[in-house]
Design a binder for this molecule. Structure first.
Ligand code: HEM
Length: 513
């Protein structure tokens, strides 16, 4: 029988149940949609519902009419900036308290979170369209009306989610249908269910994430194999499992590389405002009040690939998480871990505990040829973070003076924080390898990987220094301009971002969870 684990004690975490290849839950609507599996990996175990039942007709139609570019090619409500008004005139307050079907709850969660983000961010998007280099950011709406807030809070509580748009539960991994089940889940074979902008750039951005995660079932299997073989102190078994994991990671990286052609870096800002959060963002200095739910304002991080579970799985398996520096940037990384389906969080905790218990790193580093494989896996995490750093520069930093990720991280320092840790671990591991004990192929690989790490560390330091200088110069410039009148309420970009320094302003999430 399948069980969701609720206790966080390590004894129970050790029994974490991964859906096996033989297990079929495809017809079961009583279980959560997101359960980590050897087949589905981090994707939902059932297909996401594309249309809501007719009882929710007004919500369904409102969301069809919402995108800047609708599916029929016409301009939608967000194009005209009239979504907010449509919410008050067209959307009833549905009673969702009787809904317990997990597939329907998940589809409703996806759709209400789309409505929520469109409503809150509409003013931000309108302003960013006219001046993407605006020296001040417009405020978002700070009250969510009851006809979105009440059902969203009810559904989120049942899913044990935060009542806000999430990467897995709404924007990316629960937002697709497959054209042909017999073909792989490549962008060409994917259709989106919902969108904010509706153009190719947004489609490609989401579709590439999904295409990458289609390989996560193999990642889960290989992770389990590494843990089992290390526990059994089986050297050939561990090496074989690490080699399989290496292949899986390479496939995922190849898929990630297609982002450049599927989603034009110059068009990321078309949809970026909508996937922002309300936490650590200057557009929501006072958070958002969910009317009819609570009087206190709450703050939530925006949807972000940081909530994907593939790299955190690698971080935990390779025991990178435990060597992250103890600083506010790492606190953000840990905070991101809570923005995902419960079962994904439990899986990550399980892998972290188990890797520490059997000590994957020490076992791998104890034999030089195994250590090269461990080094190669570190290099995969480096490559991912390096490509990702390039994405951040080309899709975001080049186009905006707001260097804060949709999840609310200070991009210029946050992404390098983790990349630097990987580079340091590569150097440490490399030092432990006795070149005389290596096969000829492993000797070449070890030297290559070591060199790559050293070069990257040098470049990264230089880049971060120059970007920090660029953004602090902009901040000085903006400070002298102070508040600019752009025809609406604004907030200076260089305002302190709550939550980015320890002990600052308390940004509550919990009130209505
Ligand atoms: C155009 C492409 C992309 C852009 C512009 C982008 C942007 C960002 C930003 C700004 C962050 C910082 C966290 C935040 O505040 O949101 C982040 C984190 C992250 N993103 Fe992406 N992302 C892109 C594609 C992807 C893809 C395809 C994946 C694959 C799953 C991904 C996975 C991650 C991960 C794992 C993190 C955490 C990084 C870490 O732990 O060091 N991203 N992303």
């Amino acid at each position: 029988m399948l069980r969701c684990l609720t206790s966080r004690s390590s004894a129970i975490r050790r029994q974490f149940h991964v859906l096996t290849l033989a297990e079929s839950t495809a017809a079961d609507n009583t279980l959560p949609q997101f359960m980590v599996g050897m087949n589905n990996g981090f994707l939902p175990r059932q297909k996401p519902l594309v249309r809501l039942p007719s009882a929710y007709k007004e919500l369904d139609e409102l969301l069809d009419d919402m995108p800047v570019i609708k599916k029929n090619g016409q301009s939608g409500l967000l194009h005209f900036g009239s979504f907010g008004e449509a919410v008050s005139t067209r959307l009833p307050l549905y009673d969702t308290t009787h809904v317990h079907d997990q597939q329907l709850l998940s589809a409703l969660f996806r759709d209400y979170t789309f409505a929520c983000s469109s409503y809150l961010m509409e003013p931000c998007d309108l302003a960013s369209r006219t001046d993407k280099f605006a020296k001040a950011l417009p405020l978002g709406r700070d009250r969510l009306p009851a006809n979105i807030a009440v059902p969203l809070a009810d559904i989120a509580a049942k899913l044990q989610a935060k009542p806000f748009m999430e990467y897995a539960l709404s924007y990316a991994l629960y937002n697709f249908s497959v054209k042909n089940d017999a073909l792989p889940l490549q962008p060409e074979n994917i259709e989106l269910i919902r969108a904010f902008h509706g153009g190719q750039a947004e489609f490609g951005f989401i579709a590439v994430h999904i295409a990458m995660v289609q390989h996560s079932g193999r990642l889960v299997r290989a992770t389990r194999d590494v843990l089992d073989n290390v526990e059994a102190r089986d050297r050939p078994g561990t090496d074989a499992a690490m080699a399989t994991l290496l292949q899986v990671m390479k496939t995922i990286q190849d898929s990630m590389e297609t982002m450049w052609r599927h989603s034009d870096p110059d068009k990321y800002l078309q949809f970026r405002s909508f996937i922002m959060g309300t936490k650590s963002q200057p557009m929501f200095p006072n958070g958002v009040v969910y009317e009819g739910v609570a009087d206190q304002a709450t703050f939530f991080r925006g949807e972000s690939g940081a909530n994907d579970s593939m790299i955190p799985t690698m971080d935990n398996l390779l025991q990178l998480t435990s060597v992250m520096p103890n600083n506010p940037l790492t606190d953000i990384l840990k905070d991101f871990r809570s923005y995902r389906p419960v079962h994904h969080s439990q899986w990550l905790a399980h892998v972290e505990d188990e890797a520490r218990r059997v000590n994957v790193r020490r076992f791998a580093q104890a034999e030089s040829n195994s250590a090269v494989l461990y080094l190669a896996l570190l290099d995969q995490v480096r490559e991912f973070r390096d490509r990702h750093w390039k994405f951040a520069k080309e899709y975001i930093i080049k186009h905006t003076l707001h260097p804060v990720g949709t999840g609310g991280s200070p991009i210029v320092r946050w992404l390098p924080n983790q990349l630097q840790v990987v580079l340091d671990q590569m150097t440490e591991t490399s030092k432990l390898i006795n070149r005389d004990e290596l096969t000829a192929a492993n000797r070449v690989m070890a030297n290559d990987l070591t060199r790559r790490g050293v070069v990257q560390a040098r470049i990264l330091k230089r880049e971060v220094k120059s970007l920090e200088a660029k953004f602090s110069t902009n901040a000085d410039h903006r400070a002298s301009n102070s508040r600019l009148n752009v025809g609406q309420q604004t907030r200076p970009l260089d305002m302190p971002i709550p939550g980015h320094t320890t002990g600052s302003h308390d940004q509550r999430e919990g009130g209505i969870r």
